[in-house]
Ligand binder design. Structure first.
Ligand code: CO
Length: 134
């Protein structure tokens, strides 16, 4: 069902510092910050030859990554995103197999303007998985 790794998301306490580090220390091509108010995050994408890194910082008072950053004050890997050809079919198949979809199961539009869903990390070896319609 899953296809390419679309991105690895890293929650960071200081987005400016993280961008500067990826740019200067790691020599990466760092994108411009985008606010995603529907997701409560500010996002910067870093394009790598084979995938992307998504740096995530909190946006607003009820950011879903606030709790994660409380537990991981230095930041840390927050989720990984796999591409699927048909998001609704993937959701139905996963739910039928007993996996939990976060929220009400309705896809939201993700940072790339494509529909996304998140799978409960307790159902997938402690890893929060984002599925993105390819
Ligand atoms: Co993501």
């Amino acid at each position: 069902m899953i296809g390419r790794l679309n991105h690895v998301a890293i929650a960071v306490p200081d987005l400016v510092a993280a961008c500067a580090q990826y740019q200067s220390a790691l020599g990466a091509v760092v994108g411009t910050p985008q606010d995603e108010p529907d997701h409560g995050v500010r996002v910067v994408f870093i394009e790598l030859p084979n995938t992307k890194i998504e740096l995530l910082a909190t946006l607003g008072d009820n950011s879903p990554i606030a709790g994660f950053l409380e537990k991981n004050p230095a930041g840390g890997i927050h989720h990984i995103c796999y591409e699927v050809v048909d998001l609704l079919a993937a959701r139905d198949q996963l739910q039928a197999a007993g996996a939990r979809i976060l929220g009400d199961g309705t896809p939201k539009i993700g940072a790339h303007g494509k529909p996304v869903l998140f799978l409960h990390p307790k159902d997938f070896t402690g890893t929060l998985i984002e599925l993105e319609q390819a």
